[in-house]
Unconditional design. Structure first.
Lengths: 345, 323
């Protein structure tokens, strides 16, 4: 692999300033209207993502965890602009400078996709079954108008080697159905990285894979991130996987980030009562270990026209008057960069 | 031998396809005592669900039980006619499926569906007693009996899974097989449901087989664990033995590839390669192409499941303690 042809060189000099943040999100919000009645007028909205703020420094992958319906996938799609935000700003800092992408359209949006890519959960659905591996991996190059056919072939071969589909000639002209689940996810990773992005949103990229295959994909993603200078937003419901894939962790609940900090800090010393309940519900692969019962009431609801109070109020074991009388608490630093959105911690 | 509810002896099951036979279950033997919970773990395609559907004889048309016996108490299920098997299914062995939505009929009220299952086995004397029985079952699994009058789509995922458990319990079976019972659920709901199932199991002294790809879930619910690889049972022992002293290199590999949120963050190890295609399984030990300890004998001879002491069975020529 150290052979010059396949060396790990970037297509262009695309190293952003290390001291700048890579992604800065402020006041980001996505509301989905619930239409009812004769004129399909909306009085209710699902607050899928509701006023979230965070920064991802260059090289510090962020894990985004939460239960289904917490808004983590919506957040991921907003950051690559697969969907349009209702409100808020998303700044991405790349070699081309600072771009506010929340309202980009047309050609500019297309240009921005050169820097930001996405890896999806299900490699059986995210690859077009009628296109060869070459066509699939080369597509972003075609869209971006990078290189001619010979150059694209060389670049795709290089990517296939990086993701461990070796020798690349034997994979280039095969179809997805000829590959295993793990191999398909490698193709999806190659496709995401072929245009040299600086930021990649990975939405549950290993949750469909078996354990013995999963670890290989996790290692591959980490190795490539280091060598290519890619930073991930790693979305997962699996906290144990998040521990390995992210430097920092953000916990979402009903469209809000309720806790954020260094991954090991959050796992070892969770501050928010929701994070504490979530962590204590995670099964431990040791039959001798006895977990406590998660301290939480009721079950998850949908964030439809939420009341102006803490989102976790109904389920919180320590909820007090202050939590009901005030709006949802802001995400504040509780020491050492460990943030929580709670009046009581 | 009498205290065994279930004894599976040398069970072999193939799927016939146009491309040839798929060796889905190959010479699998294990036994389950009354009141015990056994976990079957393995990756997709390792044969764990095929074992479950063989036990219930709910096999697709192209599946053939090639050999072996399945003794439920002392009845060999393999030898039964379909007519007799129908009396055993649900009444003596029932199953909780992964996709609870598909296990419930969307056009009938949930309570009526459970009553119907009981009716089919002659367990209903009057409608009123049956309704009372189902109400009791609902309370047992933590559902409000009022929900009997509702349809499956009005239930949440966790509630549906509870209803399916109530249905599995309705005929008071000797054995319940739970195939990935919580896989589609969020962790907090999963935790709640697994606690409920374990409590029921102890209270009713039920025998259970849990099937999952998630070794952490299996660790928490099982007394004994069987590890499957490529259609074969490669290791069988108490849960603590399997986790603390894995003997098969595959089991050891799985353990070191599985992340945990507690304890020091240790490096996860990768198992090289992928599980084999069961149309053309490798000769000898099916794990040998991925095994770091494989020698010539592993490529030629099939290792048999042997007790290495402590009621710990492994099918390997080079078990871990020796490596």
């Amino acid at each position: 692999m150290s052979d010059g042809r396949w060396s790990l060189q970037k297509i262009a000099g695309d190293i952003p300033d290390q001291n700048m943040p890579l992604v800065q999100v402020s006041g980001l919000r996505k509301l989905y209207p619930l239409t009812t009645g004769l004129f399909q007028t909306s009085r209710s909205y699902i607050h899928a993502v509701d006023d979230i703020n965070f920064t991802i420094p260059h090289g510090e992958s962020l894990g985004l965890v939460g239960e289904s319906g917490s808004g983590k996938t919506t957040t991921g799609k907003l950051l690559v602009r697969l969907i349009d935000p209702t409100e808020g700003q998303i700044h991405i800092y790349t070699s081309g400078g600072d771009t506010e992408i929340a309202h980009l359209r047309g050609r500019e949006l297309k240009r921005f996709r050169r820097h930001v890519q996405m890896i999806f959960q299900d490699p059986y659905e995210s690859l077009n079954p009628r296109r060869t591996i070459f066509d699939t991996v080369a597509e972003p190059l075609v869209v971006q108008g990078i290189g001619d056919l010979a150059e694209r072939e060389r670049r795709v071969a290089e990517l296939l080697v990086w993701v461990g589909l070796i020798p690349p000639e034997t994979f280039m002209f095969r179809y997805p159905h000829e590959l295993s689940g793990g191999q398909r996810q490698r193709v999806a990773i190659a496709r995401a990285l072929v245009v040299n992005p600086t930021f990649v949103v990975a939405d549950e990229p290993t949750s469909m894979l078996d354990v013995s295959i999963r670890t290989g994909i996790m290692h591959l993603m980490q190795e490539l991130a280091e060598r290519l200078g890619v930073t991930y937003l790693y979305i997962t419901h699996d906290l144990a996987v998040a521990r390995y894939m992210s430097d920092r962790l953000a916990v979402m609940y009903l469209g809000k980030i309720v806790e954020m900090g260094d991954t090991e800090d959050v796992l070892a010393k969770p501050l928010h009562p929701y994070t504490r309940a979530l962590l204590s519900a995670v099964p431990i692969p040791d039959p001798a270990y006895k977990r406590g019962v998660p301290d939480i009431k009721g079950s998850i609801a949908q964030p439809i026209n939420p009341l102006p109070r803490c989102r976790f109020y109904d389920r919180c074991p320590i909820a007090a008057k202050i939590c009901a009388d005030n709006d949802h608490p802001p995400l504040l630093d509780k020491g050492g960069g460990h943030q929580a959105a709670c009046y009581l911690v | 031998m009498d205290d065994y509810v279930l004894r599976v002896d040398d069970l072999t099951m193939h799927y016939t396809t146009r491309a040839g036979d798929v060796w889905a279950v190959d010479n699998v033997s294990f036994a389950l005592k009354k009141g015990q919970a056994m976990g079957l773990v393995g990756e997709s395609g390792c044969g764990k669900t095929s074992i479950a559907t063989s036990l219930l004889r709910l096999l697709p048309d192209n599946a053939v039980i090639k050999g072996g016996h399945i003794y439920l108490n002392s009845t060999d299920l393999v030898a039964l006619e379909e007519e007799e098997m129908r009396k055993i299914r649900w009444r003596r062995i029932s199953m909780v499926f992964q996709a609870a939505m598909n296990a419930l009929n969307p056009v009938y009220k949930v309570g009526d569906q459970i009553i119907e299952a009981m009716e089919n086995h002659g367990l209903v004397t009057t409608n009123e007693t049956a309704r009372n029985d189902v109400a009791d079952l609902f309370r047992l699994v933590g559902l409000d009996p009022k929900l009997m009058e509702q349809y499956p789509h009005e239930y949440s995922g966790g509630m549906r899974q509870r209803a399916v458990i109530a249905m599995a319990l309705s005929c008071n079976p000797d054995l319940i097989i739970a195939d990935e019972p919580t896989t589609a659920l969020d962790v907090i709901v999963q935790d709640n449901l697994l606690r409920e199932m374990m409590e029921l199991q102890h209270k009713l002294h039920m025998s259970m087989i849990y099937i999952s790809h998630d070794i952490a879930v299996i660790a928490e619910v099982s007394d004994r664990i069987g590890v499957m690889y490529a259609g074969r049972l490669v290791e069988l022992a108490s849960a603590v033995e399997v986790f603390h002293h894995p003997l098969h290199p595959y089991t050891a590999g799985l353990m070191s590839a599985f992340p945990s949120i507690i304890g020091p963050k240790r490096a996860l190890k990768t198992l090289p390669g992928e599980p084999p295609d069961l149309l053309h399984p490798p000769r000898g030990c099916r794990f040998h192409p991925r095994c770091p300890y494989a020698t010539d004998i592993c490529k030629q001879e099939v290792p048999v499941l042997k007790d290495l002491g402590n009621d710990h069975y492994v099918a390997c020529y080079h078990p871990m303690e020796a490596n």
